[in-house]
Design a binder for this molecule. Structure first.
Ligand code: IMP
Ligand code: MG
Length: 183
């Protein structure tokens, strides 16, 4: 009989939910300080940033508005190719707004540098970047986030919005995923 080998993932917690909650609050406080008395327009990069954005916006003590953009990489391989396609564009203009682009994770920086380029063309007043996670060692394009939750090592992580083939987004902690054959 042929054993069916199914891929399953091993999860090892990297950042616990309580640490995420505390850090999200701190990042929101930084944003609140930096934009005192102003309105901020948060743009979430779907789908990974949806959970981070939802928690972040509720901790910001300013007038806020939100929008979303969805992008995909053109490349054939799993690695980010830098060729990015907009799948869902913003609902409204960002001209003259204090925009914070909200990302789940900065990896090679290719997606972010593309997004910054197209958003700059739309003449926001200010354009900043908030990312829950940052893998600085993976950078191909020299871009930096203005508000970073956690710098992490070069490991594949899931949870708190981050996925592997659309799974694990609902996990409350951020965990390292290692794929192992399961028989
Ligand atoms: P890059 O910076 O263009 O390489 O791509 C960043 C995007 O790749 C992120 O927004 C995530 O969607 C995805 N990504 C990169 N690293 C991870 C990871 O460790 N887990 C889940 N998704 C990741
Ligand atoms: Mg993403």
């Amino acid at each position: 009989m042929v054993a069916i080998r199914k891929k399953s993932g091993n999860l090892e917690i990297l950042i616990r939910r309580a640490a995420i909650r505390k850090r999200v609050r701190e990042v929101a406080q930084e944003i609140t300080r930096d934009f005192q008395g102003k309105r901020v327009h948060l743009i979430g990069v779907l789908k990974g940033a949806c959970i981070f954005l939802s928690d972040l916006v509720r901790e910001i003590d300013l007038e806020t508005s939100i929008d979303f953009i969805a992008v995909s990489s053109y490349g054939k391989n799993k690695e980010s190719s830098g060729q990015v396609r907009v799948l869902k564009d913003l609902d409204s203009s960002i001209a003259g707004l204090n925009v914070i682009l909200v990302e789940d994770i900065l990896d090679t920086g290719l997606t972010l540098s593309y997004l910054l380029r197209i958003l700059e063309q739309r003449r926001p007043k200010v354009l900043r970047v908030a990312a829950l996670l940052d893998k600085p060692s993976r950078r191909v394009q020299q871009v930096e986030g203005d508000y970073i939750g956690f710098a992490i090592p070069d490991k594949f992580v899931v949870g708190y919005g981050l996925d592997c083939a659309e799974r694990y987004r609902n996990l409350k902690d951020v965990s390292i995923l290692t794929l192992s054959p399961d028989s």
